[in-house]
Design a protein around this ligand. Structure first.
Ligand code: TYD
Length: 208
């Protein structure tokens, strides 16, 4: 099963992905935890992440989109598709292509949905996740959480207006995503334990 966590800065999705992984391992499943950009299971992804998050000069918005897609192509071919062959029961990813819709289409306004779909389908070879959790949190709260954790990267440093557009992008994306039972929105202002309880409930009911 392929499970994805999505959400804006400070939504807590990385914590939730990690807690779900721990829980499934305790239940004796083989679980691969991965992420975009920069899966730790692939050195090329790792290098692309460094540029995307920490390059200090200018990166053109088109180049940025294509770097995320290059990371995605490598991630799909070298990590995600190999996971089932390597007999993992679950592959859990911290972000996938909904992030590009939110950040690049809505946040940066760099590409139309139509052109994005062509580029993105080429990069991901039409791969999709079985289920996606969208952890939604108001940007003001999320950015504060990031600051407290000492996070500072090219996206964390964008202003509130940018992050409001990202949140709107997620909303638009999920509202039209089909099938409707392949994703669920969770309120990211709930406690870590409460969000995890909801996540586990859904996984138990649907996939265990
Ligand atoms: P990361 O450090 O992984 O933090 P987090 O996922 O906890 O926010 O940062 C990844 C950043 O990359 C994040 O700010 C969102 C951004 N991003 C995009 O802009 N487009 C994408 O397609 C993806 C996968 C991520």
């Amino acid at each position: 099963m392929y499970i994805c966590f999505e959400g804006s800065e400070g939504s807590g999705k990385s914590t939730q992905a990690r807690l779900l992984t721990q829980y499934l391992i305790e239940k004796e499943y083989n679980v691969l935890l991965t992420k975009e950009p920069g899966s730790e299971h692939d050195p090329v992804c790792h290098k692309i992440r460094e540029v995307l998050l920490h390059h200090t000069g200018t990166i053109s918005n088109r180049a940025e989109l294509l770097l995320f897609e290059a990371d995605r192509a490598q991630h799909v071919d070298e990590v995600l598709l190999k996971a089932s062959r390597n007999r993992y029961d679950f592959a859990i990813s911290d972000r996938f292509d909904a992030s590009s819709v939110a950040y690049q289409i809505y946040g940066r306004n760099v590409v139309s949905q139509e052109i994005f779909d062509v580029i993105n389908n080429f990069a991901k070879k039409y791969f999709s996740f079985d289920f996606t959790f969208w952890i939604d949190v108001p940007p003001k709260i999320g950015l504060e959480r990031g600051k407290r954790l000492g996070k500072s990267d090219r996206f964390q440093r964008e202003d509130l207006v940018f992050h409001e557009k990202v949140r709107k992008g997620y909303k638009k994306h999920f509202m039209k995503l089909k099938p409707k039972n392949a994703w669920r929105k969770i309120d990211g202002t709930l406690s870590i334990d409460e969000v995890q309880r909801i996540v586990r409930g859904i996984i138990k009911e649907r996939f265990m």
